[in-house]
Design a binder for this molecule. Structure first.
Ligand SMILES: Cc1cc2nc3c(=O)[nH]c(=O)nc-3n(C[C@H](O)[C@H](O)[C@H](O)COP(=O)(O)OP(=O)(O)OC[C@H]3O[C@@H](n4cnc5c(N)ncnc54)[C@H](O)[C@@H]3O)c2cc1C
Length: 429
């Protein structure tokens, strides 16, 4: 069997569905193929950063996302006896908060919205097997069907093991870490209504509130110790959480099966090219980041936004050419590299637990909280709304070698560091 479309997207994760919705709204024929037949129970990204909110507002899905998610603006840090906080509300404008939403719920919202457009086609249980003679080969095992898809462009949004990246001969550079995480969602006390990162001795616990009085947690364990944790039993798991955050008594203890708890192995990699001829990759197919800064899913959304806008322009003007795909790589590759560095630095801060590193981390957090300029930079860079590199002076302030600067920035001065339409979509100028 064969099928024709304008853009074929391999992978119906958050990145593929955001692109699919964007193209559908731009009246471009789009086919999304997804190998899963039903929602997955595997934990993935659930923290939406401010730039994603801006993108979703333009796609008319923000209200539904907020209605199904939990919004908060503050993340509290407990470092032994010390407490610090970082606040998205330091960002001017409408997107001064983060949202936690269950991964499959978000996918469902995007898919439902996209399916309203007759030019959007979605095939589940459809596996992209590879490319042959410039066509995408798709297998639907259940139906015992093999499909050959002809499209103007093919986008690989199929995550880490991307067949499109392979076809493009794009090489990846990998970073590995000395720790793993246990991650699980369970009921939360009402008082836990903001992000919380608790670090004590060699331990690290991240807690992020979800709607319906649930909380998603991540607990750091040294590499290679998962089996030891399993052998110690679920009570030991509860105990670790309770020692770090006693308010979880009666909540984390409701978990009674290790099967609910997922092992998460952080790796980071980045591909050397995002486009090749009529092929492009986005999201985890192009880059994965350490989960510490909560950026992976947001980067996939941002990739989809830029690539989608580029396609929309091409089809609207009739200037449909693979050479124009380079614009996408030009905008997104550099930004992704910055996010990889940011996530990597956050990961390193919690990778080693000797007194020296703990001391630097504590000092750094304290100075970021005190120094409004540093705090703005931190939240801006995490938000995806803009980027402002840290200077040597900032590093000295962070290390406590220079005093924290008392004066913050005016709203206008802050806005100057936001990406403009020209930064996001430079081909339009
Ligand atoms: C445990 C965990 C926690 C995380 N926490 C966060 C977080 O807090 N914040 C954050 O921003 N990010 C987080 N991430 C990362 C985030 O989930 C990913 O970066 C994000 O899901 C990437 O989206 P994607 O659409 O690029 O890829 P994916 O989510 O991997 O989606 C790819 C899709 O393609 C499908 N597929 C794969 N191969 C094929 C094929 N050959 N044919 C057809 N379909 C195929 C897959 O089934 C999948 O549905 C986390 C990840 C994990 C694993």
């Amino acid at each position: 069997m064969s099928s024709n479309t304008e853009v074929a997207v391999v992978g119906g994760g958050i990145g593929g569905l955001t692109l699919g919705l964007k193209l559908a709204r731009s009246k471009i024929d789009v086919l999304v193929i997804e190998k899963l037949e039903a929602p997955s129970s595997i934990y993935k990204g659930e923290l939406l950063q401010p730039k994603s909110m801006q993108i979703f507002e333009r796609l008319d899905v923000l209200n539904e996302i907020r209605g199904n998610g939990f919004s908060f603006s503050r993340i509290g840090f407990e470092e032994g006896e010390n407490e610090f906080s970082m606040d998205y509300s330091i960002l001017p404008g409408d997107y001064d908060y983060a949202v936690m939403i269950e991964h499959e719920k978000l996918k469902g919202i995007l898919l439902k919205q996209a399916l309203q457009y007759p030019n959007f086609q979605y095939l589940s249980g459809a596996i992209g097997k590879g490319y042959c003679d410039g066509r995408l080969i798709v297998e639907r095992k259940e139906l015992n069907e093999r499909l050959s898809v002809k499209a103007d462009f093919y986008v690989g949004a199929e995550g880490r093991n991307s067949i499109t990246r392979k076809e493009m001969n794009s090489k990846i550079k990998k970073i590995e870490y000395n720790h793993h995480f246990l991650t699980v969602t369970f009921p939360r006390p009402q008082s836990l209504d903001e992000g919380k990162i608790i670090s004590k001795d060699k331990r690290f616990l991240g807690l992020f509130p979800l709607p319906e009085s649930k909380v998603r947690s991540v607990y750091l364990i040294p590499e290679g110790t998962y089996k030891e944790y399993l052998a110690k039993g679920i009570d030991h798991f509860h105990q670790n959480y309770l020692e770090l955050f006693p308010e979880l008594e009666g909540f984390v203890t409701r978990l009674n099966d290790w099967k609910d708890i997922q092992l998460m192995i952080p790796t980071a990699f980045y591909a050397d090219k995002y486009v090749n001829g009529r092929l492009a990759i986005l999201g985890d197919a192009a880059h994965t980041v350490h989960p510490m800064a909560g950026e992976g899913m947001n980067m996939a959304i941002q990739d989809a936004d830029v690539l989608g806008e580029l396609f929309a322009g091409m089809y609207a003007t009739g200037r449909i050419s693979s050479s124009r795909l380079k614009w996408y790589e030009k905008v997104r590759k550099l930004r992704a590299q910055k996010m990889i560095s940011l996530s990597h630095l956050s990961a390193l801060a919690y990778s080693y637990s000797n007194r020296f590193i703990t001391g630097i981390r504590r000092k750094g957090l304290k100075q970021i909280e005190r120094d409004k300029k540093l705090q703005f930079k931190q939240m801006l860079n995490v938000s995806g709304l803009g980027y402002w590199s840290e200077s040597v002076l900032d590093r000295f302030v962070q290390a406590g070698l220079l005093p924290a600067r008392k004066r913050g920035l005016s709203t206008d001065a802050k806005r100057n560091y936001f990406y403009t339409e020209k930064d996001d979509y430079p081909w339009k100028c």
